[in-house]
Write a protein that binds this ligand. Structure first.
Ligand code: HC1
Length: 568
């Protein structure tokens, strides 16, 4: 162990630790801006400067390693003066649009300026003039607000291995953008929005579609229905100041009703339906010698990643559309018929923890109802803003139930939101369908947790089913490379684009970090246990859907509305 002194307190830490980590152990929070634990540790912004006795200059605490006997001061007048200078220099090239900025009151730069009492910026000169890139259906880049922290570059390259963003030019002209300043829509960007989740300012943000929803709600001709993704109920409370891990299912439903939606439905319903379709597809592939391993297809960032980087593996993907898209197709066919509403008048809104869902709903394949199946996707962050615009604090609302029938779901649908959840939900159903026996224990705990690649073999009757589960695209790559090399003997793989699964999606509340992801995951399994029904094949509304409309899993109508193909 290495012993050092920080602000007159002794602390012992592992060799190789940084001053920042050692200070944290003492409960001393050194301010940071570019730093992102385990992802971006580059000492670029210099906000974390500290004084080290004997050193000739200030030292960036996030990258400087500890040394035996080191004496550190984190808050001397000179350190504070230097940090203020750094902040002023950053602000001198920042558009002061705080009041009209989407990150107002949730901006790390604004928070630091307030913390350090910056009242004026003494430097006035040229400003970055790169144009806003709004070419993508999901993400907007505003280089004027960029502080060059490179967090987005790190998450895109190191975690997602997409490399859509890079630093280019030098000095004052430095720009974080796709190579050659190409538009995001023309890149291999998978629209996952992880960049927007780590951006400390509003330099990268989701495309705001709130006004389209307000317009639909105000249109008397429109029958506006909303579906809420599994993860939304364990993260939306955070946008209202509630603790991470708060479960707000009933309050969210109540809030949506007060916004004026005609029906409040649940993507968990079509998550259950996905299990019936996908589970049967897996069994059919196993029985008939189809392409294995089969890979889940509900995460649109993952689908786009496969199309760009693994087009040769597309036949491995389940042909099932995502639950979001199954919902849209059914809302404008089954639901429209049942309620006697002209599908042209139905407007489907999704609330998703995901930016890529905005891209998914606009894909040309997603029009099997005869209309665009899902009209608008709002992220959890946008719904939080919409509630604020309507002066609704969901924390103060009573809990209400979803509408039937497309709001009826099971715990299996709910756990889709956490990495491993789709696999666990599928196993609950596949086991019982194949063996005809009831599971003694429906909790497949080997599917759970934040480990990047999880593997297991589950005995289903006579068949040992080999599974793999990945979250974050860098982890997906590890498994996909094995599949590509013919070295994988899995039957079924779950791939979720974002770290932690959808509870950590790119449209989630900010901040989202490992600790917060774990709290949302715990809440997800608490919700699952709270449900009366926890297996998709027991969902009475799904059973009725097959009886009244679809007839059977993988039947003609299912193929028409619920399945699709991908573009190499
Ligand atoms: Fe997801 Fe899914 S779980 S992709 O993560 O399959 O976004 O929550 O809605 O469609 O159901 C997201 C979440 C979501 C779909 C489902």
């Amino acid at each position: 162990m290495i012993t050092l002194t920080i602000d007159n307190q002794k602390v012992a830490v592992e060799p190789g630790s940084t001053i920042l980590e050692a200070a944290k152990k003492l409960g001393i929070n050194i301010p940071t801006l570019c730093y992102l634990k385990d992802i971006n540790v580059i000492g670029a912004c210099r906000i974390c400067m500290v004084e080290v006795q004997g050193a000739r200059t200030f030292v960036p605490a996030c990258v400087a390693p500890v040394a035996e006997g080191m004496v550190v001061r984190t808050n001397t007048p000179a350190v504070i003066k230097a940090r203020k200078l750094v902040l002023e220099l950053i602000l001198s090239d920042h558009p002061m649009e705080c009041l009209t900025c989407v990150r107002n009151q949730n901006c790390e730069l604004q928070k630091l300026a307030e913390q350090f009492g910056i009242k004026e910026v003494r430097f006035d000169g040229a400003k970055t003039e790169y144009p806003i890139d709004d070419s993508s259906p999901a993400i907007i880049r505003d280089p004027r607000k960029c502080v060059l922290c490179r967090r987005c570059v790190a998450v895109c390259s190191n975690i997602q291995t997409v490399n859509a963003l890079t630093a280019q030019e030098r000095g004052f002209d430095t720009l974080i953008a796709p190579a050659f300043n190409e538009k995001l829509a023309n890149m291999e960007c998978v629209q996952c929005g992880q960049c927007s989740l780590v951006c400390p300012t509003a330099a990268i943000q989701e495309k705001d579609d709130i006004d389209k929803v307000w317009a639909a709600l105000a249109d008397p001709k429109k029958h506006v229905v909303v579906q809420t993704a599994p993860a939304t109920r364990v993260q939306l409370g955070e946008t209202m100041g509630m603790e991470p891990g708060s479960i707000v299912t009933g309050k969210m439903v109540a809030g949506l009703r007060r916004l004026g939606f005609n029906k409040v439905f649940d993507t968990d319903f079509t998550a259950d339906l996905t299990i019936l379709e996908e589970g049967n597809e897996l069994l059919q592939r196993i029985k008939t010698g189809g392409v294995l391993p089969m890979i889940t297809s509900c995460s649109p960032g993952w689908i786009k990643f496969a199309e760009h980087f693994y087009p040769d593996l597309l036949p491995h993907l389940s042909t099932c559309k995502s639950p979001q898209q199954m919902f849209g197709a059914l809302a404008k066919t089954y639901y429209a018929q049942k309620e006697g509403i002209d599908p042209a008048d139905i407007f489907v809104v999704s609330i998703m923890p995901c930016t890529a869902k905005k891209f998914e709903c606009q894909r040309p394949e997603m029009k099997d109802s005869g209309y665009q199946d899902v009209d608008v996707v709002l992220t959890s962050r946008e719904l939080g803003r919409m509630f604020k615009q309507a002066n609704i604090n969901i924390a103060e609302l009573p809990e209400e139930e979803y509408d039937a029938p497309l709001g009826i779901s099971t715990g299996a649908g709910e756990i889709f939101g956490a990495t491993g959840g789709v696999m666990e939900a599928a196993l609950r159903t596949v086991y019982e369908v194949v063996t005809g026996k009831e599971l003694d224990n429906i909790n497949f705990v080997e599917c759970r947790g934040l480990t990047g690649v999880k593997e297991a073999t589950i005995q289903v009757g006579d068949l040992p089913v080999k599974i793999a589960i990945t979250n974050g695209l860098g982890n997906a790559r590890k498994v996909l490379d094995k599949v590509r090399a013919g070295e994988a003997d899995y039957h079924f793989i779950e791939i979720m684009c974002c770290p932690g699964g959808c509870i950590g999606g790119g449209g989630s509340p900010i901040p989202t970090n490992t600790e917060i992801r774990l709290k949302r995951i715990d809440a997800t399994y608490t919700e699952d246990e709270r449900m009366v029904l926890r297996k998709s094949h027991e969902n009475p509304a799904v059973k009725a859907l097959y009886e009244e409309f679809l007839e059977k899993p993988l039947g003609h109508k299912s193929h028409e509305l619920l399945h699709t193909h991908y573009t190499p």
